[in-house]
Design a protein around this ligand. Sequence first.
Ligand SMILES: Cc1cc2nc3c(=O)[nH]c(=O)nc-3n(C[C@H](O)[C@H](O)[C@H](O)COP(=O)(O)OP(=O)(O)OC[C@H]3O[C@@H](n4cnc5c(N)ncnc54)[C@H](O)[C@@H]3O)c2cc1C
Length: 476
Amino acid sequence: MPNKTPAIYWIRKDLRIADNRALLAAAENGRPVIPLFICEDDRAGALGGAQSWWLERSLARLGESYEKLGVGLVLKSGDPAEIIPDLIRETGAEAVYWNRRYAPDGIKTDKALKQKLKAEDITVESFGGHILHEPSKFRTKTGGPYKVYTPFWKAFSAEPHVPDPLDAPERLEKPGAMPESERLADWALYPGKPDWAEGFEPIWTPGEAGACERLDRFLDEIAEDYAASRDRPDIEATSMLSAHLALGEISPATVWHRVNAARDLSAENRKKYLQELVWRDFCHHLLFHAPDLATINWNDRFDGFDWSDDDKAFEAWKRGRTGYPIVDAGMRQLWAEGTMHNRVRMIAASFLIKDLMIDWRRGEAWFRDTLVDADPASNPANWQWVAGSGADAAPFFRIFNPVLQGEKFDPKGDYVRRYVPELEAMPAKHIHAPFDAPEKALKEAGVTLGETYPKPLVDHKTARKNALAAFEKIKD
Ligand SMILES: Cc1cc2nc3c(=O)[nH]c(=O)nc-3n(C[C@H](O)[C@H](O)[C@H](O)COP(=O)(O)OP(=O)(O)OC[C@H]3O[C@@H](n4cnc5c(N)ncnc54)[C@H](O)[C@@H]3O)c2cc1C
């Protein structure tokens, strides 16, 4: 006899139908399913502004997908510890399913709820799928976490298999009485006026279909040059999948298997891409072992670092007005489009931490609010990596020179021109260091430093010396 009491499937960072273990478990044997999304009191796990914009659009599309499957999406806001038991009482549901999340606040909420429901004889099951393998799976020979990526990658590669993606259900059974849903529009997740997210629309298509299109496009047109070009912000050379992955619109296992199956891809490009994807798992591994990754230096020597509290400099960095074009282009891309190329993220983060000597945590918080791919594992892990305070960190003394980095990775200056229009007419030769350009070149390009474009906030050479001197004080 099929079980006809409904099951609740609690949706979190898994805004997809395909390869969704919790959804399939809930729908097993034709049982009626209540797909539920809760806007938690802390805004669905403290999402930033850019990701809230994304969430609103993604949920709208997910709602359409559930309609097509024969059920609606139920939206509620508040505390899951109250909402889910209330729904169980209202609908007679006897089971609750979800896919696991890994940020410490989420784990805490889920653990407490699981205990409470189990004590009331409700079936509760959670599943993996947000990352390729569970973050607790890998341990060093001594039983500790991996702190360095290369051995983590080796251990990962020795694993027999990333689970095969599961097909999407074709139809879902609707419960006799579907609970009432709140209206998405009432959550006001999108910006009001002024609409700072205007520039997001032409670039992003939130939702499962948008994620699949992005992956298809990457494999058809971009991947074959990935290893050689992925560090170039001036050309489209990466998959742009991170935001889709962050909210689970596509599973990493789907990406993994599609990349592996791409016949035309060279071994070099395939390996490089999969290694990047596994960085995401590595960041989750670090977060699992250091839940305070976003607030506490992995290397506590950095607790004594003499950070600057220059708010004006921080504001100039946020607004892309440091006087270093590659940094400014990155910060303006972030504001306009909710993303920034990976290489430029490293340069901009290094500039904040090492040239301005501003605490990496302030940068991490700004990225969290402004990135559409903001992720509780990848963001702090990468910030700590750049700061030198992280597990497998770049050494503090390796300080990016923003001019040389610009010249190397944006050789014609096209990336800078796209986001810093006041430098549009600067020749490639001078575009990354307008402060060193001859008067004539500036004049011909219509640039007046300090007026049309800022003078540099700091002199990089001097800033570098200061940073190294500050680092000397905490070194052993
Ligand atoms: C200071 C800083 C902060 C960052 N914050 C985030 C963040 O909040 N969320 C986020 O997803 N990534 C973050 N990254 C990593 C990286 O910049 C983005 O994942 C990448 O730019 C996304 O673009 P893509 O999808 O085109 O990447 P691709 O080059 O196509 O890579 C494929 C996938 O691999 C993963 N990946 C690639 N590089 C990394 C990395 N260094 N760490 C973790 N995963 C990686 C992403 O999921 C990405 O979608 C940060 C990097 C830095 C330096």
